[in-house]
Design a protein around this ligand. Structure first.
Ligand code: ADP
Ligand code: TPW
Ligand code: MG
Length: 585
């Protein structure tokens, strides 16, 4: 490791006999600690006190991707963590930059993505006495409640330990967001080079395997063997675990129908004969044993109860028994009884299941047939809808094109946010490979779009396709400049229906535009042209297809304004029922 950067005769005693001492400063130690641990990319935004950290990191070979807003850098880091199993690094300045990064830190924690938010901070002595330092804020205290762990390093010789602790906290057990506070003073501290080198830690086994207890495995397998109507639910934890071949084997060897959660789509191709997505509302209430693999029974699965699961009212439990595979020992029983919790990492657990797989009977034919019947009906119905070519274009006719393009480019990454633009894409666009679909996640958060595009392109080097609601796009739209600056192969499709959910609302008083409505007929494509990217306006599926094909052929940053019928969407997409007014009714 080339850690010696400077000789510092000025700092040495000025006797003629003294040898100039080789020293290393805090900047360099941070950079070397990251590199030593294979953390080769920083998503950030410069300014005091970290500008020189970005410069020197770049000079030392770390890829430094500079954003227009820290939130987007943070989202990029979070999804890089999901895709690589290494903590994504987001770097920000103090107070305001730090706060801008916090949303992503919380998002990473909520979604179980490993990420480290590194923020520069002001002088401790001044901050703690609240004497009004430049960008004064007790950042460590603010970060703590929303992240998995938070650390501060005060002395250069502790940088190695600080970064090692941050890495372990981010990736071990249930992954999450970690905050690392680096005060301005730290960067300028110099220590003796050899001592500096020795202080760094290459973290050994940062995310240790967690083998399941044999009795827990047996309990789960016994329950599975007893099932007449088994179902497997794959969540984004299963996608994160990168145990793709074993998960496929588990599903195919048992013949059990499975349901992928949004970001688990493509773990097996959505076109797989055992995929039950098109019969979701049938399999959830009907199943008798449900194996959850890396999926929580949160709101996205109706908390495991209520009508979705065959309960009589919203609080009633259904009749299913649950097996839950999760690395978190406290996840089980969070919403309903888990009859067979299996705590461990998904790779190890599924491998343990496979050892006993021959004794699991194949999923009963009447169950499989009943599902297939529902599926083919629903698929046929969807086919009819997709075949229509209404004018103006609606979500279905536009997404029918996206569906074809993704099918022809199964390695492309698909970024997706919005309400209708999200829900329709998830149900219409099939995914064929693992970890290709990245979206709004557990919170249904708007704003992940362009940050995810940057990270997806940088990490995977694949074509990225972003399907964005016009509202969703606005949260991170300025990052099209970033996409153009780094010349990334990103094709953004803005599903422009003139607003949030729809473009049809009016202010009853006649004074202002309605809260959900935007400038009508806006031309989002022109935004990217300002930065040298390719813009296209598409009013028909044919125009959309041509523009997307051209984007993928050229790999040029492209933004397509897809003009969608402003009446086509529904309030809140698929989750209208969560609105308080709907609840009141
Ligand atoms: P989804 O939204 O797709 O249903 P969730 O985010 O709710 O998925 O659930 C992901 C779950 O996966 C979390 O409970 C998390 O603890 C778990 N998880 C993440 N990584 C692993 C892993 N390597 N092994 C086991 N469980 C994991
Ligand atoms: C950070 C609330 C959920 S969906 C959405 C908002 C504002 C936008 C829907 O409009 P869009 O999609 O994107 O045009 P479409 O196709 O239905 O017209 N702030 C944050 N996150 C969320 N989820 C919201 C607000 C919301
Ligand atoms: Mg919209």
């Amino acid at each position: 490791m080339a850690i010696v950067t400077e000789s510092a005769p000025a700092a040495a005693p000025s006797t003629a006999a003294a040898q100039p001492q080789e020293t290393v400063d805090g900047f360099k130690l941070v950079i070397e600690a990251l590199k030593l641990n294979g953390l080769d990319t920083i998503y950030g935004l410069p300014g005091i006190p970290i500008t020189d950290l970005t410069r020197r990191a770049q000079a030392d070979g770390i890829r430094v991707l500079s954003f227009r807003h820290e939130q987007n850098a943070g989202y990029a880091a979070s999804i890089a963590g999901f895709l690589t199993q290494k903590p994504g690094i987001c770097l920000t300045v103090s107070a305001p930059g730090f706060l801008n990064g916090l949303n992503a830190l919380a998002h990473a924690t909520t979604n179980c993505f490993p990420m480290i938010l590194i923020s520069g901070s002001s002088e401790r002595e001044v901050v703690d006495l609240q004497q009004g330092d430049y960008e004064e804020m007790d950042q460590l205290a603010v970060a703590k409640p929303i992240c998995k762990a938070a650390f501060r390093v005060l002395h250069a010789e502790d940088i190695g330990v600080g970064i090692a602790r941050a890495i372990r906290a981010a990736v071990s057990g249930r992954p999450g967001g970690v905050y690392l506070d680096l005060p301005a003073k730290l960067f300028a501290q110099s220590i003796e080079a050899e001592a500096g080198r020795k202080s760094l830690i290459k973290v050994v086994d940062p995310a240790p395997k967690q083998l399941p207890a044999p009795d827990a495995v047996k309990r789960a397998m016994d329950l599975l063997k007893s099932a007449k109507k088994p179902l497997i639910v794959l969540g984004k934890g299963a996608a994160y675990a990168q145990a793709d071949a074993d998960i496929k084997a588990l599903i195919e060897k048992t013949g059990i129908p499975y349901l992928p959660m949004s970001m688990a789509k493509g773990l097996l191709p959505d076109t797989h004969e055992q995929c039950a997505s098109a019969a979701r509302s049938f399999v959830l209430p009907e199943a008798d044993v449900v194996m959850l693999i890396g999926a929580r029974l949160n709101w996205l699965l109706s908390h495991g109860k209520g009508k979705t699961w065959g309960g009589k009212s919203s609080k009633d439990w259904g009749n299913q028994k649950f097996i839950q595979v999760d690395i978190s020992p406290i996840e089980a029983d969070s919403n309903v009884r888990i009859d067979a919790p299996v705590v461990g990492d998904i790779g190890s657990v599924v491998a343990a299941f496979l050892k006993d797989i021959a004794s699991v009977p194949r999923a009963p034919a009447d169950w499989v047939n009943a599902i297939n019947e529902r599926k083919s009906k629903n698929v046929a119905k969807m086919g009819e809808t997709l075949a229509k070519d209404p004018s103006p274009m609606n979500f279905h006719s536009a997404l029918n094109v996206v569906r074809d393009i993704v099918k022809a480019n199964p390695d492309a990454m698909l970024v997706n946010e919005g309400a209708n633009a999200l829900d329709f894409t998830r149900s219409i666009v099939d995914m064929y490979k693992p970890r290709k679909r990245i979206d709004v996640g557990t919170w249904g958060i708007m704003g992940i779009g362009m940050g995810y595009c940057v990270a997806a392109a940088v990490v995977t080097k694949q074509q990225v396709i972003a399907i964005e609601g016009d509202s969703a796009f606005g949260f991170s739209g300025m990052e099209v400049e970033t996409i153009c600056r780094y010349d990334l192969p990103v094709c953004i499709v803005v599903m422009n229906n003139n607003g949030v959910y729809r473009g049809t609302d009016v202010d009853p008083t006649g004074r202002d535009p309605a809260p959900t409505v935007f400038v009508k007929g806006a031309r989002y494509d022109r935004i990217i042209e300002a930065f040298g990217g390719v813009g296209a306006n598409a009013t028909t599926p044919a125009e959309l297809r041509k523009a997307m094909e051209e984007a993928i052929r050229s790999r040029k940053p492209t933004l397509i304004n897809a003009v969608i019928d402003e009446t086509a969407g529904t309030e809140s997409g698929r989750i209208t029922g969560l609105n308080p007014t709907a609840k009141k009714k």
